[in-house]
Design a protein. Structure first.
Length: 372
């Protein structure tokens, strides 16, 4: 019997207990506390001698999920982990919980789940998102040697329809949203920061006063929040984002209110802790959209509303794709694919302009030609 310590990228530690059973090693996740894992090791050693431990062959999906959430998602952003947990609870565990991962969780079983879930009225988009989570869990199973290949790779995911029209805010609507946001707890300053920098929500809740260059009017964005701490940004690259005079003034006022030191968070909670941006979206962003008389996006789309709006507005005013991708910390390819869908109001305006041209054309002599 042994206790093996593993250190993750974010600095957190997990203790694994190795117990012998029938001449083979059985690895059990002992959690993050060394003393608790040692206490558990004694209990597991007794079970090992009595052949009562579940072997790799007998591990069920619910047990794999416990391992994955404790040991396999430390590098993920907190919002991603929360989404995974929700999909596991609502879609995956009710169906796959008791299936043995090695023998029963097959491509056929997953296809059967897709069919049943569709018949229950779940949208194709929700099924596709759940498959992403299932794929992450089973990829972890491959990494720990539980299975050789993820069965999700051979599953044909449902096709989701995409009309290519995205709801974003124009500059006037964005300003109306900022004005409708309460000033308490730095909420209004955070809303302005999201609107003018296009930061990901997980990046915004990790910025600190030391990241600001007051002389150059820029901020360095190099960290993102994860479930157990911090990590590099989604692209593993730092970027410098320019700050407007109004945003600098708002951050300066925030620093004065907080008496902020260089290492302090710019937008903490009332108690000085790091914000949960999903709570910010639910408690501040969505109510402020209502107060401003703006439409509230469905589901989690509101989390990236300001980021997508900034990208759309900058491109519409003629800025280059390369510049916008540099500000957002996103590759030009991904920017064009995910952040520049046609806005509904722009599509309508384009059709109106075409209708006007078709209905009121002039010939070369200046006479009006009506087209039926």
């Amino acid at each position: 019997m042994a206790v093996v310590e593993r250190t993750h990228k974010d600095g957190s530690k997990t203790f694994w207990i190795v117990v012998r059973q029938n001449g083979k090693s059985v690895w059990v996740n002992g959690g993050h506390q060394k003393r608790a894992s040692k206490d558990l090791a004694d209990e597991l050693a007794t079970k090992g001698r009595n052949n009562q431990l579940a072997t790799m062959r007998d591990i069920r999906f619910s047990q794999l999920v416990e391992r994955y959430l404790a040991d396999g998602c430390h590098s993920l952003r907190s919002q991603t982990v929360s989404s995974y947990e929700s999909r596991l609870k609502n879609h995956l565990l009710p169906h796959f919980s008791n299936l043995k991962v090695r023998s029963s969780l097959t491509t056929e079983a997953i296809n059967q789940w897709i069919t049943l879930t569709k018949h229950s009225g779940t949208s194709d988009k929700s099924i596709k998102s759940a498959l992403v989570t299932l794929g992450a869990v089973l990829t972890y199973a491959v990494s720990i040697g539980l299975i050789r290949e993820s069965p999700v790779h051979r599953v044909r995911a449902p096709k989701t329809t995409d009309a290519g029209v995205e709801y974003t805010l124009n500059p006037e609507q964005t300003q109306a949203l900022v004005n409708a946001t309460p000033s308490k707890n730095g909420d209004k300053s955070l809303m302005l920061f999201l609107a003018q920098t296009g930061s990901r929500p997980s990046e915004a809740c990790e910025v600190r006063f030391k990241d600001i260059s007051w002389r150059d009017h820029t901020i360095t964005i190099s960290r993102t929040a994860t479930r157990h701490g911090t990590n590099a940004t989604k692209t593993d690259k730092s970027r410098f984002v320019p700050l407007s005079a109004s945003l600098l003034l708002a951050i300066g006022a925030q620093k004065k209110v907080l008496n902020g030191a260089p290492d302090d968070l710019i937008f903490p909670t009332v108690r000085g802790h790091r914000r949960q941006m999903q709570r910010f979206a639910a408690d501040v962003l969505r109510p402020s959209l209502v107060r401003a008389g703006l439409r509230v996006p469905d589901g989690s789309k509101s989390n990236y509303l300001l980021r997508k709006s900034l990208a759309s507005n900058l491109l519409q005013q003629g800025e280059s794709v390369k510049l916008v991708s540099q500000i957002l910390g996103q590759s030009p390819e991904v920017l064009l694919r995910h952040y520049t869908k046609v806005r509904q109001q722009d599509a309508t305006s384009a059709i109106d302009r075409l209708d006007a041209m078709m209905g009121d054309k002039r010939d070369t002599k200046g006479t009006v030609v009506q087209i039926a």
